[in-house]
Design a protein around this ligand. Sequence first.
Ligand code: THU
Length: 144
Amino acid sequence: MTGLDALFDAARSVRETAYAPYSRFRVGAALCDEAGRIHATANVENAAYPVGTCAEAGAISALIASGARRIAGVAVVGGRRDDETGPWRLITPCGACRQRLAEFAGPDTPVRLGSPEGVLLDTTVGALLPHAFALEETAPGDAS
Ligand code: THU
């Protein structure tokens, strides 16, 4: 697995590309695949608000489009400050993205979360989504 530090840096830098004119809440997500390659994208909003996509969803699409099938590590950098000196609050992946991540990751897959100023929490996919739904006959990530 590519180091979490490198993954965090990739998430921090792709966050700058976010298209978030409506929420002004920019998020970058970086995923490491089974070959150690990094796939990183930011959130893309839409004037029809629910149509926007999370950073994590875009990064999963990029990973799958590259031919990879497993997520070995996750980093998400995001959020905003209320003013220039205010604190950065922890952000965690939304419920839908937790399910998306669980499809291609294992419960022990590391997840590093933070703001542009640094790491705020190291956790795992299993801690974010305990008792994740999976079809009995298909192990997560085995579907093609
Ligand atoms: N967002 C993400 O991209 N990832 C997360 O983990 C949480 C929320 C985006 C969606 C929307 O563009 C903005 O952040 C505010 O919800």
